[in-house]
Design a protein around this ligand. Structure first.
Ligand code: SAM
Ligand code: SF4
Length: 329
């Protein structure tokens, strides 16, 4: 799959559910309305969809959400998709999770062929953790991380940088990840979906954070790449790797190799644009994937050049109306 700007599309992110056991303040409102269950693709349909993309050249598949591990029988899908790793059709199957269910699933994930996962942790302070996630318990996530580590999963921590909330913990988070052997990536908040807070209050450009880290550590630019949007540095003292995802301050669109599918089968060619293609209708049109393959080709043919996010006081409305939990992180 090659888009109009010559970019090879080899990375698919699939949101397997828009539901979640947390309500992170920057991601969701407290009384979220979720998609009707009847609109959500079945696990068989999700498998068919992923398999069609793999046949078209997707080499890396990330399951996300909402919280992927709260979807009922999720291991049926994950175990099934593991066959593409065994056949060599897929280089990597991975997962973004809030970690709450990892104690239960870590060993099964390894059994399915998953080697590394991203886990979102914004703070190491239990009270603050519950303030940010509203419903989350830090202990449960730390327990899940230990289980994942013991099961042999490589772990990358994702931290959304929030001014006035967790910017006092930058070095604590870096040191913790260093001790635990986790990679760490900071993310800028993006204006996706209405939430109850004004994102501008907590928006923190990562250029600022990076400069602050540079005052304490000898940071070296790294050419490490995982096929995702993060840019990496290593800390010369320890070799520890830090990533920065900067959708706001530095557009990463020129090297974008990704598309995203929601749990209802909407294909979004760009996280920051409204244009989409309805793959559910195409999936259900015939059993041979003829309509599905056509719909995918047609959609890739209109992948936009990029997005342009702005968070400031003049522009209070989100750039796109759907929440990150719908499109998947
Ligand atoms: N529930 C899982 C989790 O939290 O890791 C997977 C889905 S979540 C939507 C994926 C990632 O998106 C998380 O790291 C989360 O912190 C991040 N995220 C959610 N809303 C965001 C926003 N408005 N801007 C930037 N990142 C956001
Ligand atoms: Fe749930 Fe992840 Fe969104 Fe938090 S960021 S509410 S854990 S989907």
């Amino acid at each position: 799959m090659i888009d109009p700007f010559g970019r090879h599309i080899s990375y698919l992110r699939v949101s397997v559910t828009d539901r979640c056991d947390f309500r992170c303040v920057y991601c969701m409102s407290e009384d979220m309305t979720f998609l009707p269950k009847s609109d959500v693709l079945t696990l068989e349909e999700l498998d068919r969809l992923c398999t069609a993309f793999i046949a078209k050249g997707v080499r890396k598949l990330r399951l996300t959400g909402g919280e992927p591990l709260v979807r009922r029988d999720i291991m049926t899908l994950i175990n099934g998709l593991g066959r593409h790793l065994l056949s060599g059709a897929l280089d990597e199957l991975t997962l973004t999770t809030n970690g709450s269910q990892l104690a239960r699933y870590a060993r099964d994930l390894v059994g399915a062929g998953i080697k590394r996962i991203n886990v979102s942790v914004d703070t190491l302070d239990p009270a603050k953790f519950t303030r940010i996630t509203r419903w989350g318990k830090l202990d449960q996530v730390l327990g899940g991380l230990q289980a994942a580590k013991e099961a042999g999963l490589r772990i990358k921590i994702n931290t959304v940088a929030l001014r006035g909330v967790n910017d006092d913990e930058t070095f604590e988070l870096i040191d913790w990840c260093g001790r635990e052997g986790f990679d760490l990536t900071f993310i800028e908040t993006m204006p996706l979906g209405e939430v109850d807070v004004a994102r501008v209050d907590n928006y923190m450009p990562l250029s600022l954070l990076k400069a602050r880290i540079g005052q304490r550590h000898d940071m070296r630019e790294s050419d490490h790449a995982t096929g995702g949007p993060a840019r990496y540095v290593t800390l010369a003292e320890t070799g520890q790797r830090l990533g920065f995802i900067t959708p706001m301050t530095h557009n990463f669109c020129e090297s974008c190799n990704r598309v995203r599918v929601t749990c209802t089968g909407m294909l979004y060619m760009c996280l920051g644009q409204e244009d989409s293609a309805d793959l559910r209708a195409a999936l259900r049109a015939d059993a041979d994937n003829v309509a599905l393959n056509d719909a995918i080709d047609e959609a890739i043919g209109r992948k936009p050049k990029g997005h342009d996010f702005v968070i400031d006081r003049r522009r209070e409305r989100p750039a796109v109306s759907r929440h990150m939990s719908v499109t998947g992180g």
